[in-house]
Design a binder for this molecule. Structure first.
Ligand code: ING
Length: 332
């Protein structure tokens, strides 16, 4: 039986300066898709917020002043060249962008809503999957203690689409189980596990991660920034027996440095490709999806081994509680 294989790419982007128009970023991405096509790539993963600079580092008292960083339609005239290239080369792509949507809120009233969003587009230009970032790091109000602001909680709502997985045709395969995470999501094992519980085979993930810890809360050695990113992704893949393509926006944007080190990881948790620049760079790998079978039929056969009755705290609590204190009296 021929292996269920797909050739994927992380299309890492170098910096996008605040003044750089979407047109330039899209042209850079189309060039990466052309290069991907020459390498026989069937699915390209672009970063989080791939069309603009990482604007949550900039404070606006009136958040509507940041609306120009958002897309109100997808595709639009500016993003149409990506859909055209996908069709021309027969390549699917993942794109992260800031989304403005006019849709009902929980009271049923149509509101203008803002999300940190990613989509998966097939070569026919269909949006086969959409995800909105659930774990928004940073803060909502201006933080004078910070060297650089990280205002995702100001500009975006928490994603309201859950962590969806869809089985869709891609490359030569009639169906692949694909899901998405965005940046900070990768640090939360619950997010990976919700995808794993839907039999995900390939997780598509974009990120924009500062190379220095912007929190004034304490020292974190620089080399640990990349280590923690890779650790989270490798663990997520191993513990859910899936592949992941994790693509950075990297380099220095208006003086703020983002690390690259985009990676492609297999269900054994091995890094099978890694970017070495902090600029536009295409890394590729052939993913034999049959590799997912070993983990999910043995160590991580969820139906055989998971014990949800012991996991109640995971959904019952938000923060941690203090444990009981041991005393001799209490122990007797
Ligand atoms: N960026 C960072 C990320 O989670 C961060 C924020 C960095 C949080 C390092 C904690 C530690 O990769 C985004 N955009 O989520």
């Amino acid at each position: 039986m021929t292996a269920r294989s797909i050739t994927v790419a992380a299309a890492q982007l170098g910096p996008i300066q605040k003044a750089e128009p979407r047109k330039v970023a899209v042209e850079r991405m189309v060039r990466l898709m052309e290069r991907a096509h020459r390498r026989g790539v069937e699915l390209v993963v672009f970063p989080e917020l791939a069309l603009t600079t990482f604007f949550p580092r900039h404070y606006h008292a009136d958040i509507t002043e940041a609306d120009h960083w958002f897309e109100t339609t997808m595709p639009s005239n500016q993003t149409a060249p990506l859909f055209a290239a996908a069709h021309k080369y027969g390549i699917g792509f993942h794109l992260g962008y800031a989304e403005i949507a006019h849709e009902p809120d929980e009271t049923g009233t149509v509101q203008k809503r803002r999300f940190n969003t990613s989509i998966l587009v097939n070569p026919d230009g269909d949006i086969v999957l959409k995800y909105r970032k659930v774990h928004l790091p940073g803060h909502a109000a201006f933080d004078p203690g910070r060297k650089v602001q990280h205002l995702e909680k100001r500009y975006f709502e928490v994603g309201n689409l859950g962590f969806p997985v869809v089985r869709a045709a891609m490359g030569d395969l009639a169906g692949i189980n694909m899901g998405m995470l965005i940046c900070n999501d990768r640090r939360w094992p619950e997010a990976w596990r919700v995808l794993g519980l839907q039999s995900v085979e390939l997780v598509l993930l974009g990120y924009n991660t500062p190379s220095l810890n912007m929190e004034a809360g304490g020292f974190e050695a620089h080399h640990l920034r990349v280590f923690h990113s890779h650790l989270s992704i490798q663990a997520g893949c191993y513990q859910n027996a899936c592949f992941a393509v994790a693509t950075a926006k990297a380099g220095t944007e208006d003086g703020c440095e983002l690390f690259g080190h985009s990676i492609i990881v297999n269900p054994q948790g091995e890094i099978i490709a890694m970017a070495t620049s902090w600029d536009d760079e295409l890394i590729t790998a052939d993913c034999n999806l049959d590799m997912c079978t070993l983990g999910r039929t043995t160590i991580f056969a969820f139906d055989k081994h998971r014990r949800p009755e012991a996991y109640a705290r995971i959904t019952a609590q938000v923060g941690a509680v203090e444990p009981p204190i041991w005393t001799k009296q209490a122990a007797e």
